[in-house]
Design a protein around this ligand. Sequence first.
Ligand SMILES: *[C@@H]1O[C@H](CO)[C@@H](O)[C@H](O)[C@H]1NC(C)=O
Ligand SMILES: *[C@@H]1O[C@H](CO)[C@@H](O)[C@H](O)[C@H]1NC(C)=O
Ligand SMILES: *[C@@H]1O[C@H](CO)[C@@H](O)[C@H](O)[C@H]1NC(C)=O
Ligand SMILES: *[C@@H]1O[C@H](CO)[C@@H](O)[C@H](O)[C@H]1NC(C)=O
Ligand SMILES: *[C@@H]1O[C@H](CO)[C@@H](O)[C@H](O)[C@H]1NC(C)=O
Ligand SMILES: *[C@@H]1O[C@H](CO)[C@@H](O)[C@H](O)[C@H]1NC(C)=O
Ligand SMILES: *[C@@H]1O[C@H](CO)[C@@H](O)[C@H](O)[C@H]1NC(C)=O
Ligand SMILES: [Mn+2]
Length: 666
Amino acid sequence: MGLRFQQLKKLWLLYLFLLFFAFFMFAISINLYVSSIQSYDAEPRHPKPPPKRRSLWPYKNIVAHYIGKGDIFGNMTADDYNINQFEPKQGEGADGRPVIVPPRDRFRMQRFFKLNSFNILASDRIPLNRTLKDYRTGECRDKRYANSLPNTSVIIVFHNEAWSVLLRTITSVINRSPRHLLREIILVDDASNRSFLKRQLEAYIQVLAVPTRLYRMKERSGLVPARLLGAQHARGDVLTFLDAHCECSRGWLEPLLARIGESREVVICPVIDIISDDNFSYTKTFENHWGAFNWQLSFRWFSSDRKRQTTANTKDSTAPIATPGMAGGLFAIDRKYFYEMGAYDSDMRIWGGENVEMSFRIWQCGGRIEISPCSHVGHIFRSSTPYTFPGGMSEVLTANLARAATVWMDDWQYFVMLYTAGLSLSARDKVNVTDRLALREKLQCKPFSWYLETIWPEHFFPAPDRFFGRIIWLDGETECTQAYSKHMKNLPGRALSREWKRAFEEIDHKAEEFMSLIDLERDKCLRPLHDNVPRSSLQPVTVGDCTSHAQTMDMFVITPKGQIMTNDNVCLTYRPPKQGALKLLRNRNATISNVMLTQCAIEPSQQWTYDMDTQQISHRETKLCLTLKSATNARNHKVEKVVLSMECNFKDITQKWGLIPLPWRM
Ligand SMILES: *[C@@H]1O[C@H](CO)[C@@H](O)[C@H](O)[C@H]1NC(C)=O
Ligand SMILES: *[C@@H]1O[C@H](CO)[C@@H](O)[C@H](O)[C@H]1NC(C)=O
Ligand SMILES: *[C@@H]1O[C@H](CO)[C@@H](O)[C@H](O)[C@H]1NC(C)=O
Ligand SMILES: *[C@@H]1O[C@H](CO)[C@@H](O)[C@H](O)[C@H]1NC(C)=O
Ligand SMILES: *[C@@H]1O[C@H](CO)[C@@H](O)[C@H](O)[C@H]1NC(C)=O
Ligand SMILES: *[C@@H]1O[C@H](CO)[C@@H](O)[C@H](O)[C@H]1NC(C)=O
Ligand SMILES: *[C@@H]1O[C@H](CO)[C@@H](O)[C@H](O)[C@H]1NC(C)=O
Ligand SMILES: [Mn+2]
């Protein structure tokens, strides 16, 4: 009897244990489920870290189609859309620290993310007046500005912005600007329909310490018309445009106004720091960077050793940095100068392309665009826009870009239209830019070639003295390779010159023939080993199918000095693998080579020569020739064709390369 009781007791314990175990497993699986969604969801949105020296900063233009995550979190209702859940917790997010949303709210956090494409639950926990650190360098902090700086109107356009994010932007402007420099804040509502942006907002701005006025667009018009409406009502000496999802940090305003006080022809931008869309942490970015555009006119950040400082004293780390392009969201400009220079192209719709137009226009018409390293403003970078895009996002964007290109880019407009997906030469016929061309005439603006040569000498666009086209492997099997080799063999005095210029001219003579002979399927083009790897990262090179026009993977620009460049400021580089490089490559299971595509820089590792006689491309310094070899991928043991540089051997068919031009201007 006693024994049985003991057994029962054991069973009972076992039963209890099993119960606990089941519960435990359940908890773990829920946790795993939530975190797996989170990491899947969060990864593509994470802004990339600030740029290191001489690295391309790969955070992209924030345009992408929003892809819903299905309805695992339930669909948004009108109530979800209109509810304002702002509930600040003392000290949350202080000093720009990240916010951790408590586990019980994680599901709601996921659910509401898509409403704004940022973590609204995190934002709603942070007080409007949260503290930020002082992100300036010591030199910037010590800098003293004149007493009589021009004053400014701050213009903020919003469309269905979240309450806490919009008001934190406004609060940071008020709290961190000297009162006498801030004349007014002008809000322009681009036809929002969230209910808290109506009366509730109107009541809120009545009591602010700085006069704040709100104007509303009658229908959704976009950034340009809304900013123009705001500017029209502004009375400050300077117009300062901000996005509606920013936080100004200490001392942000004085350096901007001081620079315009010095020279009214300067359009000046702050350094744009990163506010995480996920946890709202504020991350300072590298100060010595500048911006420009890629072949498709998407804005890109770059940084370089080349001194772009505006003063003669290049040691002055507080001096603004000249930049060929502006991101467009955040900048200050003298109000009268804004109108003298043609304000904005008011026919640009919704969003996108206006920063391209303004960058070209300001420079070509005699102004300057600069970034002040002393002014830091945080901005929430999102990976997609949560808002509607009347007219279709890519249609609107390409139409705007077509306007900018047609007015300002001269010969290069054809290049952009030929090699941008969604654009074509017929885009020119659809735009009416009569007024803008008249403006260009009136302001007597300089040609685009001047802009490239003078303002952006390190650019990677084609030019009259450069080669633009494909580099094919001369396997001797296709018509194109045979015609090319034959032509090179019959050149008089061909062996005398290894000048690229000479080669470009010879190839130009036969451009039509070579272009008509190339067979996109049979000819083999030099190109990156992997598709879809960020252009900024180190990547090996191979030969493969030549791509169609809208992709530019296999298109290169070669300069007379022997830089072999491609889109996004990427150059063919001789790079003997080091320990570090090996590690880097192992992560991406790529094959190791001593020839890589990487960030352009003026240095010997990126200088190549071409021998017309042997059709070899060799690295100038080491005299090693580009060679096509098979290599085994260390990780997946697949055999891949990789381009290496090796001892030259004029008989080796794997070292023969042809330059087949592509058209880029009319
Ligand atoms: C969400 O909306 C889609 C279509 O709009 C519908 O097919 C789906 O059933 C909805 N899901 C829920 C959970 O309501
Ligand atoms: C923020 O404002 C609240 C009142 O609205 C105030 O109690 C708090 O001290 C302020 N915090 C800072 C850092 O100024
Ligand atoms: C702004 O500056 C203008 C002159 O530059 C002056 O007339 C105006 O009073 C100033 N406004 C404020 C608020 O300081
Ligand atoms: C707001 O407008 C969008 C279209 O722009 C519409 O889909 C949505 O239902 C509207 N929301 C409310 C609450 O009216
Ligand atoms: C907050 O987000 C940033 C960037 O998105 C990330 O680097 C950081 O690790 C995050 N912090 C926390 C505590 O999750
Ligand atoms: C283009 O616009 C101008 C002025 O806005 C107008 O006079 C002209 O007729 C328009 N041209 C065409 C072809 O629509
Ligand atoms: C790494 O190898 C795997 C398996 O072959 C492949 O699916 C993946 O795309 C590779 N990753 C990169 C970055 O090339
Ligand atoms: Mn923005």
